[in-house]
Design a protein around this ligand. Structure first.
Ligand code: F6P
Length: 549
């Protein structure tokens, strides 16, 4: 590891800090638009089907130029190229980072240690497609010869959030005769509720785990196996027809009792949170069919190509990443809201939480030094308009700066009645109204002009100046979903590259796993846990007492 200068000692960083103090101490969107009316047209970038408007941000051309200088100085594009080339940029795990190879065209060449991985990627995609078609057509039957009508994906983190999110997002494209469920929580209630009304003879379990060692997934898969075998009077032969696995670990899969012929493989150069377009997407592929799945991959690829080739000023992931750095590091924002105006994107932000927070929730740089700058934000949000009647109050009139992404579509998808289709304009009227209100607010004089009594004027004033990005597309198709996810993947990449952190490891989840293993015997058998701290020891004792009541 070569030592690079600390980020906050770089002149490009200092220049931004000075800019923030001098020019932008009180950035005001009303003034910015008054001084530069053309920014509404100029501050727009197009990628594939996405129109990304960043005019309502607390930036000027100078801010953007300084941010791009920072990106250049920190070698963002160099690291990007190293990623696409298959270099081992995940330094703490010594791995390549090649989720982009998962959507490479058949004739592409992407090498890891001298081996072109693209043929392997397509071999697995073809195997998935053949299997998905068999399930969808009824050719793949359960142990008693009955057609599969229910698919239950058991996985957690990246082995759950991606397919669960995308299944919701693309519901309009799914085979409605199939029931899909996603089980992740080791709380037995999750599996119970998922299978309680299902017929085991018609149910396929997909056990999704990159490592095949994750305790939650293995526990739930073991319980699902018992549920199945109870229905088949313990006939182990049933497992082969009702269980398939998605994993990088053939040995563990076969140790669990799943035939490796029924395993769909992926590789250690696919990070868990970057994996839903790998074999981890099998449940989704069964739901939407292989053609739609491929359309989604095409969408990912459009943004990959854009990220790889677009010049800095028009490079959307670069731009969004840099805007986040501006707010987090120079304007003290702690969080970032993602607010999709589509019911189908109800799980989108939850998916992004892992993508962003597991990637960039780091506090040492790539050289192992404590960082002296802010890294990843708290990512949160739920679909509009529900949030408007819950927490938007705080965004509008609270004390915190919360940059937000608004994602909306010009047309609804699915077979909605004419009446329900007409509701779309109302949804989108809210979408536009919110970003307008957030940006421009309402001055005390405007409030007074409405005849509001003086004592209420401060309460009814909206300071405005809340920055938002508006992402618009025509429809939420599989391709557009792929484009959106790739946009955020690369945005997270850009930020990690500037912050000089390893965005591809996740050591922060390990300690909790180890401690849970140590504490479990104390809960189940009352065993002593050596070295348990007094606070946790008292809680464990209280738990045991309550359990016995
Ligand atoms: O514990 C965190 C994590 O490793 C995530 O990064 C990953 O997506 C999840 O657990 C599930 O891991 P696996 O797919 O190996 O079961």
């Amino acid at each position: 590891m070569s030592d690079s200068p600390k980020l906050n000692r770089r002149p490009e960083w200092t220049a931004l800090a000075d800019h923030r103090t001098d020019a932008m101490a009180r950035p005001d969107l009303r003034e910015l638009f008054a001084a530069d009316p053309g920014r509404a047209e100029r501050y727009v970038v197009r990628v594939g089907d996405l129109r990304i408007d960043y005019s309502k941000h607390l930036v000027t051309d100078e801010t953007l130029a300084l941010l791009q200088d920072l990106a250049a100085a920190t070698g963002v594009f160099g690291l990007r190229d190293a990623m696409f080339r298959g270099e081992r940029i995940n330094i703490t795990e010594d791995r390549a980072v090649l989720h982009t190879a998962l959507r490479a065209p058949r004739d592409a060449v992407v090498e890891v240690d001298g081996e072109n991985v693209v043929p392997k990627v397509h071999a697995v995609l073809d195997k998935m497609a053949a299997f998905a078609e068999k399930v969808r057509s009824g050719e793949w039957t359960g142990h008693s010869g009955r057609r599969i009508r229910n698919v239950v994906n058991i996985g957690i983190g990246g082995s759950d959030l991606g397919p669960a999110m995308a299944y919701e997002a693309l519901r309009a494209f799914t085979d409605r005769s199939l029931t899909l469920r996603f089980v992740s929580n080791v709380d037995g209630a999750d599996l119970h509720e998922a299978v309680r009304d299902l017929d085991p003879a018609e149910t396929l379990f997909i056990v999704a785990s990159k490592t095949f060692t994750t305790i939650e997934t293995i526990t739930n898969a073991t319980s699902a196996r018992s549920w199945l075998l109870d229905a088949f009077e313990g006939d182990e032969k049933a497992v082969a027809k009702h269980f398939v696995a998605l994993s990088t670990n053939a040995e563990k899969v076969s140790g669990f009792g799943i035939d490796t012929a029924n395993m769909f493989e992926f590789w250690d150069w696919v990070g868990g949170r970057y994996s839903y377009d790998s074999a981890i997407g099998l449940s989704l592929m069964i739901a939407i069919g292989p053609d739609r799945f491929r359309e989604m991959l095409d969408g990912f690829r459009i943004v990959d190509e854009h990220f790889r080739n677009a010049e800095a000023p028009a490079n959307a992931p670069l731009l969004l990443g840099l805007l986040g750095i501006w707010y987090g590091d120079f304007l003290d924002a702690q969080s970032h809201a993602v607010l999709p105006y589509s019911h189908y994107l109800s799980k989108f932000t939850a998916y992004l939480q892992q993508l962003d927070m597991e990637s960039n929730g780091k506090s040492v740089d790539r050289e192992g030094r404590e960082v002296e700058w802010q890294t990843g934000p708290v990512v949160w949000g739920t679909p509009g308009t529900n949030g408007q009647h819950a927490y938007y109050q705080l965004i509008h009139q609270g004390t915190k700066l919360i940059p937000a992404d608004f994602i909306g579509f010009a047309r609804p998808v699915g077979e909605l009645s004419e009446g329900l289709k007409a509701q779309h304009d109302l949804l989108m009227a809210n979408f536009f109204a919110q970003t307008q209100a957030l940006a421009f607010g309402k001055t005390p004089d405007e409030v007074r002009a409405e005849g509001v009594p003086e004592e209420l004027v401060p309460h009814k004033t909206f300071r405005g100046n809340h920055p938002t990005t508006t992402i618009l597309a025509t429809e939420l198709t599989p391709s557009v979903l792929g484009q959106l996810i790739a946009l955020y993947e690369h945005k997270v990449f850009v930020q990690g590259a500037v912050w000089n952190i390893d965005s591809f490891d996740q050591w922060g989840v390990e300690l909790g796993k180890v401690l849970a293993k140590r504490v479990e015997p104390a809960l189940t058998e009352g065993a002593d846990v050596p070295g348990l701290d007094p606070s946790t020891a008292a809680l464990v004792a209280a738990y045991r007492e309550l359990k016995e009541v």
